[in-house]
Design a protein around this ligand. Structure first.
Ligand code: FES
Length: 152
């Protein structure tokens, strides 16, 4: 598997016992060489690239909030909002031609690679999303970036 893209290692990898993942709330794992955050929120499990697509922020420290009816993780560094289900970057925009002026939630498209979570016999597995094309969060899945982060 390449370290700068999703590669072809898309088979389920054990994260841990369901109860342990739920108790922890957030678990960081290397899944086939990719840094992945697995989190439990309101009864659901989610998995996404650990490092924020904007500048590599630590999403394991982000709050989870709802924006425009969509659950998002909010990056602690610059407060970018990323939907948990799709990895879309959300932002608020104002169209000056529409009065009264008011901000409206919009999407930048998929920016963070999200992965599939499955449960089998009380254990949680993550299968990497190896969809074609580059997702912006891919750029922080390199040995070069990890070495830089570890130096901090
Ligand atoms: Fe995440 Fe900037 S690094 S918002």
């Amino acid at each position: 598997m390449s370290t700068d893209g999703p590669g072809s290692s898309s088979f389920p990898v054990l994260v841990g016992a369901r109860d342990a993942v739920i108790q922890a709330g957030r678990v960081v794992r290397s899944v086939n060489g990719r840094d992945v955050l697995v989190l439990h929120h309101q009864g659901s499990l989610h998995a996404l690239d650990l490092h924020c697509y904007h500048s590599g922020g630590p999403l394991q420290c982000g709050d989870i909030e709802e924006f425009d009816g969509r659950l998002c993780i909010v990056c602690p560094w610059h407060k970018y909002k990323i939907t948990l289900a799709e990895g879309e970057g959300l932002y608020q925009a104002v169209d000056p031609s529409i009065r009264p002026l008011r901000p409206v939630w919009s999407s930048k498209g998929v920016k963070q690679r999200v992965h599939r979570v499955t449960e089998v016999d009380g254990e949680v597995f993550v299968t990497l999303n190896d969809s074609d094309g580059t997702v912006e969060s891919d750029r922080y899945q390199t040995e070069e970036y990890r070495a830089k982060v570890l130096k901090l």
